[in-house]
Design a protein around this ligand. Structure first.
Ligand code: ASP
Length: 324
């Protein structure tokens, strides 16, 4: 008998549509709490209504609370965790858990694109498949996973790609690592590294700025160095910036603000290729940290974790640029 800890946090999976106005929102109580486990007899569910919020309300503080509950659950002897979550920020919570406690046991995060009383609601089905994956022997040591629409994705690379489609969660470049079939759960890929780093606090201001044609220093100059702890830039192409941004980048680095770079491209990784003014090779020489293969919202979570882990400057740089 596997013991699976279920932590409900809210989101569309736990919401209902108002028949008169059509507005989707939270109810008096979470409808998922009415779901009884009569589908998987060999699994014991320990269900907790942990939060009941839409995921745009989720903060790193909520993520830290989830992490602590999982660590307590490990001491209580649970075999896996399922977290139900709003899909808007699901990938950030999943990735936070991946890099802090993803090695401890299967952690599966799921949600829904249609609320509990909508026709074609995907919530109950995703919840059921997430439980099956969390209880599966092969899910151990794969980091946190995201299970939606019969696909298993790594928290590290998955992203929400569509505003409303039930097939919204995709893994650009690499694809899903497994499938949930009618009777079996199958994995086809394994992550090559699984580096975790625990934290007990999660404070800091790290904005994300997207680069664009004609971008100047002005937007970066608005970021007062005394008010931010780091910056994530979604750069152009393979990792380049317009040359007018360089004085502001130099100023941030001179003030010991870590500047982390990812690409605004949907696929591929950022690397220091181009040697021209603002090109990636020059940025790398300046000390801009190229965060390999993550999107900006996850690079931000990674930097937040790094800043709260009391790392030396060298350790922080190595952690941010390591092949993930
Ligand atoms: N806005 C909702 C949320 O993230 C979307 C969803 O759950 O699918 O809470």
């Amino acid at each position: 008998m596997k013991k699976i800890l279920v932590l409900h946090t809210g989101g569309t999976i736990a919401m209902a549509e108002d028949s008169e106005t059509g507005a989707v929102s939270t109810k008096q109580s979470n409808p998922l709490l009415d779901v009884v486990n009569n589908f998987e007899q060999d699994i014991e569910l320990i269900v907790e209504d942990f939060f009941y919020v839409p995921s745009p309300h989720i903060t790193p503080g909520h993520m830290l609370a989830l992490k602590k509950r999982i660590q307590e659950g490990v001491l209580e002897g649970i075999d896996g965790v399922v977290i139900t979550h709003g899909t808007d920020t699901l990938e950030e919570t999943a990735y936070f858990l991946d890099i802090t406690v993803g090695h401890l046991l299967p952690i599966v995060v799921t949600g829904a694109m249609r609320s509990s009383n909508e026709i074609g609601s995907d919530g109950l089905y995703n919840f059921l498949t997430a439980i099956r994956v969390a209880a599966n022997e092969e899910s151990v040591d794969k980091g946190a996973l995201v299970v939606m629409n019969d696909e298993i994705h790594t928290a590290r690379y998955v992203t929400k790609t569509h505003t409303t489609n039930v097939a919204t969660f995709r893994t650009p470049t690499f694809g899903p690592i497994g499938l949930v079939n009618k009777h079996i759960v199958s994995f086809y890929q394994q992550l090559i590294t699984n580096h975790t780093i625990d934290v007990t606090s999660i404070n800091g201001q790290i904005p994300i700025v997207t680069a664009y044609a004609g971008m100047g220093s002005d937007i970066l100059d608005l970021l007062t160095t005394s008010k931010i702890d780091g910056l994530v830039i979604e750069a152009l192409g393979a990792g380049n910036l317009p040359p007018q941004t360089l004085p502001a980048i130099d100023n941030l680095i001179a003030n010991n603000i870590p500047v982390v770079l990812v690409s605004r491209c949907f696929n591929g990784v950022a690397e220091g290729v181009y040697g021209y003014e603002g090109g990636g090779a020059q940025l790398e020489k300046k000390g801009v940290l190229f965060c390999n293969g993550l999107n900006s919202q996850k690079a931000r979570i990674k930097l937040l974790v790094a800043l709260n882990a009391n790392l030396s400057k060298q350790e922080l740089d190595d952690f941010m640029i390591e092949k993930v």
